[in-house]
Unconditional design. Structure first.
Length: 101
């Protein structure tokens, strides 16, 4: 199992609207690609939130090829939709990890 992790720092002025958009629009769009089986939203704690909260969204993929398909076919389009909607009101950092039991 693999995790595609997207860590996002959101400006305080949009935090509630952004979180609703994430839950109701963005995550369902990502899951609809069939590259991931589920997603989890986490809020980072014990960090400076003076400018706004930071979230980690973890998308679970059954294989590296499923992740690669997402990156090749869908990631650019969905990232651009986020930029078009929220402009410079967020910063995102992405990583790809393998679950080791």
């Amino acid at each position: 199992m693999f995790i595609y992790n997207v860590t996002v720092k959101v400006n305080d002025s949009i935090k509630n609207e952004w979180l609703q958009w994430l839950k109701n629009e963005h995550i369902p769009e990502v899951i609809a690609t069939d590259c991931f089986s589920k997603a989890t939203i986490l809020r980072l704690m014990d960090i400076d939130e003076a400018e706004g909260p930071t979230y980690a969204i973890q998308y679970f993929a059954e294989s590296k090829s499923a992740y690669n398909q997402y990156i090749d076919k869908y990631a650019g389009i969905l990232r651009q939709k986020s930029i078009d909607k929220w402009r410079d009101q967020f910063i995102a950092f992405r990583s790809f990890m393998q679950i080791v039991d």
